[in-house]
Design a protein around this ligand. Structure first.
Ligand code: SF4
Ligand code: SF4
Length: 336
């Protein structure tokens, strides 16, 4: 997550003038980047990807009210083979060495993967190889609903330094609204898990950044002054706490307020992200929780070929020309 961008968003998200201006600036920047990375001479020497999201597991243990995930889709877990193929491709192709983050989230809950610790150890193994070669390794960032992040697992993550950042979704602002919005989640165990993590980080002096994301309903202000003391306590323990309004996952979820699809050209997420699904399919952005934007598979071709595939270039070209209505996934997206 880009913190300066997030801070601007948090500060001006509801401002009637500054926010549209910032979005326009971002659109210009995206278009320039598009031409630099895909059109100008030497573009086959560089990749625009800065984040790779890994979907360890396609299923989720919660049923949050406003989530676009299709819970009827087949449940799949990423194999270690797929993970190794991605990391081998990353290691061998220096055009991807500017990737700054491996995000452990997409659709589904990462911690439902039956070999989650083994998977994280594989990533650590590649980090060690990269460091031995003098290569920078992306930060490993996990976003979780927190229900399965129990003390034993927390101790392992911290002792083996398996992640650099852990984020939690804690919507609502009170235990009651948390449980109402995040169906199947229970506030007490969630609170104890996160508190244990914050205390263990202090105790072990672990170098892990912790952040929270809270969806605040429209009837409440975007601050913590009215929140339950346990929310405030966790908020104060986080390195960053983002408060945001409900968003509609690229138009896939009805939030009760119609947001007009943006007419701006270019898409920063498409430039910056690639999402690797459990079977090795690659999708275009993290708004695509149900794999509508698959542009290739890393088990069939190298990562660069997927990045540079006709399918992905079509997305880039159409969005650059402001023709998002021609793409099913992007048509109703208000993110860009
Ligand atoms: S929002 Fe996240 S935790 Fe909630 S159902 Fe969707 S994937 Fe699961
Ligand atoms: S859905 Fe399309 S327009 Fe929206 S963020 Fe993803 S690629 Fe960009």
């Amino acid at each position: 997550m880009d913190w300066s961008r997030e801070k601007l968003k948090e500060r001006y998200n509801e401002h009637p003038v500054i926010w549209p201006l910032l979005k326009q600036g971002q659109a210009i920047n995206s278009r320039l980047n598009y031409h630099y990375y895909y059109k100008w001479p030497g573009s086959n020497q560089r990749a625009s990807t800065r984040e790779i999201n890994l979907e360890f597991a396609s299923q989720c243990n919660l049923r949050c009210q406003f989530c676009a995930l299709d819970h009827d889709k087949p449940k799949k877990n990423m194999s270690i083979l797929v993970l190794r193929k991605l990391l081998d491709d990353w290691l061998e192709d220096d055009r991807f060495h500017d990737v700054a983050k491996i995000n452990l989230y997409n659709g589904g809950e990462t911690l439902l993967h039956p070999k989650r610790v083994e998977m994280l150890r594989v990533i650590k193994e590649y980090k060690n190889i990269a460091l031995e070669k003098g290569l920078p390794f992306p930060k490993v960032s996990m976003l979780t609903n927190g229900m399965l992040l129990r003390p034993k697992l927390i101790d392992t993550l911290l002792e083996e330094e398996l992640v650099d950042e852990i984020g939690f979704s804690l919507d609502g602002g009170t235990p009651e609204s948390f449980e109402e919005l995040r169906v199947n989640a229970k506030w007490k165990p969630f609170y104890h898990n996160v508190r244990y993590l914050l205390e263990a980080i202090q105790e072990k002096q672990a170098n892990i950044r912790v952040y929270g994301i809270t969806i605040v309903t429209d009837d409440k202000p975007l601050n913590t002054s009215w929140m339950h003391p346990e929310f405030v306590e966790l908020s104060e323990g986080f390195d960053h706490h983002e408060l945001r309004r409900l968003h509609d996952w690229g138009g896939q979820v009805d939030t009760g307020k119609k947001q007009n699809s943006s007419k701006s050209r270019g898409c920063d997420l498409l430039l910056r992200q690639m999402i690797v699904l459990p079977n090795g399919d690659v999708s275009v952005c993290c708004n695509d929780l149900n794999s509508k934007g698959v542009i290739g598979n890393i088990m069939e071709k190298p990562l660069w070929k997927v990045y540079n595939s006709e399918n992905r270039r079509r997305y880039l070209e159409l969005l650059d020309k402001g023709r998002k209505e021609e793409i099913e996934l992007c048509r109703d997206c208000v993110t860009f």
